[in-house]
Design a protein around this ligand. Structure first.
Ligand code: SF4
Ligand code: SF4
Length: 641
């Protein structure tokens, strides 16, 4: 059933790739159009992938109360062999669980993952655990936690073979997308592969045979564990070894210039040399990507990553919490319940946190940002690395957001849909609102659906932290669907943005199906892809971009209340543009109504009837309960007929 959709997506992607060849397109408009098209095709591909694995592997099917699974650096029981899976395609590592269950030994092993394969392992069996995102790869390997690593594809370190072999950890590469220069042992007997890896004759193998991987990985892990029991959670064998490593530093600063964050490793080392105090090295861990670039540039070959991790070990270990297992799609019954409040604006918005946070400081920020919206009864949806980062940060009572807020698609709830490919269910929820709540037909009708979402569904995508190519494509796919996306400071590296010009009043208009007229509107949303620098800016921008032309008075009042309150709380003042979203006094936040009417009169020259507390003159347009906006001419013509 899925083949047809997948073939369409593949064909479109190849066609667009062709147009990037020299001698084809020339206008940026056509490139942008194709970027949107290919990212939409990517969403189709993601949906195909996730539906296939949900069905074939029996993942949770739209279940809001899935299990909570341990997440973070400190999850490993050091008395058990550890099998670590890394990548984004669980097909190859899933048989490990099957083999252990068949042999009745699942409780004797730890199976934990990095990146989206981790999510999907937990969706397969909630006995699996999650180490963390890409930045945790070196943390986990250098700490000697895995007894074997099984890699598949995407977001895997390019030096994985080297990183594992230096720690004596055998590597099994499984996907032909990432063979890693390892010998293909598909035809070998299981015993021979195990022997070659355990003896060290081979540091790794390419084994694209899932059933064999299922048997080889536990057997290798068991043998390696026997001889390496004591190395887990040790970045250095002893404190003397750590001290000797720090003593080698000459403060040449080569590492500082190479570090993407220019972390002052030299200062931390000098302070530790003089005083023995590791605190100035420890604080670096919170901002360290664990990329290892500093080590490549160090003339003294100091294991800088190990020094930093060891210095902050207790905090790193304690950053361990729980993630709610990815639930997959949103149910139709949930959409029936929330469709109207979202479209009318009573549920102020849907915040979809998607992407890759790569250092601990940013993990704390995203939890703060999302909790602000959860408390205000927005719906929060998440997936991929953002979803596992959230599972590591606990409050004073030791609870993560997943333990504090329910997993339904409803106001004040947080939904983990699953891995990166599960993002298609977030787009799917927006599409279902147009289809189930508003009865807009789906087949061959993308423009109308996207138009409906752009004008009515207050959903905003959010990608905090370093932003991968995949997240960039996902964001552009959301843009194509009429969903704006806010990215953190690292999101600017793609040099792309869709930022409107709200001051050009003549550019902001829609067709109103009810009146049959072109109607000038407030610019909502005024941007489709915008970068912010701080978490405060992110919070205010997210609230602002949830405003839609179709909001009812009550909906607009709720959205403006949050926008204004958040701006006052985080920016210390009213936002510059709040007044352009006011259509009548009924849109104004109740508890600030008088104060805001005064500002409208004094600062914006609006006329106010103070006896009736009504706006007499000023807004661009009034509120009309039957307003039915569209920017698509065909849709306008269709519903006017
Ligand atoms: S591993 Fe950490 S300290 Fe070293 S270069 Fe990367 S971010 Fe900087
Ligand atoms: S590059 Fe090495 S020696 Fe130079 S400051 Fe950094 S850690 Fe010290």
């Amino acid at each position: 059933d899925l083949r047809k959709a997948l073939e369409w997506a593949e064909k479109e992607i190849v066609k667009v790739l062709h147009s990037t060849h020299i001698g084809n397109e020339e206008s940026f408009v056509d490139y942008e159009s194709k970027a949107m098209h290919v990212s939409m095709a990517d969403h189709v591909g993601m949906e195909v992938a996730d539906i296939a694995q949900i069905v074939a592997f029996g993942f949770p099917k739209a279940k809001p109360d899935t299990d909570l699974v341990p997440t973070g650096f400190g999850i490993v029981d050091t008395k058990k062999p550890v099998i670590c899976v890394v990548g984004h395609n669980v097909m190859y590592s899933r048989p490990i669980i099957d083999y252990l269950e068949r042999s009745g030994r699942i409780d004797e092993f730890e199976v934990a993952g990095l990146c989206c394969t981790a999510h999907d392992m937990t969706r397969y069996r909630s006995k699996a655990k999650i180490f963390g995102p890409i930045s945790y790869q070196l943390r986990v390997i250098r700490a000697g936690l895995p007894d074997v690593v099984v890699s598949d594809e995407q977001c895997i370190r390019a030096d994985l073979v080297d990183a594992c072999s230096k720690m004596g950890i055998p590597l099994i590469a499984t996907s032909d997308a990432a063979v890693r220069g390892l010998p293909d042992v598909s035809d070998w007997k299981v015993e021979d592969i195990v022997e070659a890896l355990v003896s060290g004759k081979l540091k790794g193998v390419f084994l694209p045979v899932p059933e064999k991987v299922g048997e080889v990985a536990p057997k290798v892990a068991e043998e390696i564990f026997k001889r390496n029991k004591d190395r887990k959670y040790k970045f250095f064998a002893s404190d003397d070894e750590l001290k000797a490593e720090i003593a080698k530093c000459t403060q040449c600063m080569s590492c500082v210039f190479t570090c993407p964050h220019n972390l002052r490793i030299d200062i931390g080392m000098a302070h530790a040399q003089k005083t023995g105090d590791l605190s100035k090295l420890a604080i670096l861990e919170e901002q360290c990507l664990a990329c290892g670039k500093c080590e490549q540039s160090c003339p003294k070959q100091i294991k800088i990553v190990n020094v930093i991790m060891r210095s902050n070990f207790e905090k790193l270990y304690a950053k361990t919490g729980k993630t709610r297992v990815g639930r997959g799609p949103i149910q139709d019954t949930e959409i029936r319940k929330v469709g109207q409040p979202i479209v009318f604006g009573q549920i102020p918005g849907v915040i979809a946190a998607v992407g890759c946070i790569n250092f601990p400081d940013e993990m704390k920020s995203i939890v703060e940002i999302l909790e602000e919206f959860l408390k205000r009864k927005y719906i929060v949806v998440t997936s991929g690395c953002h979803a596992m980062d959230i599972g590591m940060i606990k409050d004073e009572e030791g609870k993560t957001l997943y333990e504090k807020y329910p997993g339904n698609f409803d106001a004040g709830c947080i939904v983990n849909v699953g891995s990166c490919v599960s993002n298609a269910h977030i787009a799917g929820a927006a599409i279902k609102i147009a289809n189930i709540f508003a009865m807009r037909p789906l087949r061959g009708n993308y423009a109308e659906i996207a138009d409906y979402i752009l004008n009515r569904v207050g959903a905003v995508g959010f990608s905090w932290g370093p932003y991968s190519h995949k997240a960039a494509s996902i964001a552009t796919g959301f843009n194509r669907l009429g969903v704006p996306v806010v990215v953190g400071p690292h999101g600017t590296k793609y040099r792309r943005a869709y930022i409107g010009k709200p001051w050009k009043n003549d550019k902001w208009w829609v067709y109103d199906v009810k009146s049959g007229k072109k109607t000038f509107i407030e610019p909502a949303p005024d941007s489709l892809l915008v970068a912010v620098e701080t978490k405060e800016e992110a919070i205010v921008q997210l609230a602002r971009l949830c405003i839609r032309p179709n909001d009812t008075s009550m909906g607009r009042q709720i959205k403006l209340t949050h926008y204004i309150e958040l701006s006052k709380k985080y920016m210390g003042d009213l936002p510059d543009d709040w007044h352009i979203y006011v259509r009548s006094e009924a849109d104004l936040p109740l508890k600030m109504r008088e104060e805001l009417l005064k500002v409208l009169e004094e600062q914006h020259g609006w006329k106010i009837d103070w006896d009736k507390k009504k706006i007499v003159e000023g807004p661009l347009r009034g509120y009309d309960a039957g307003f039915n906006p569209t920017i698509v001419e065909d849709v306008f013509a269709k519903y006017r007929r």
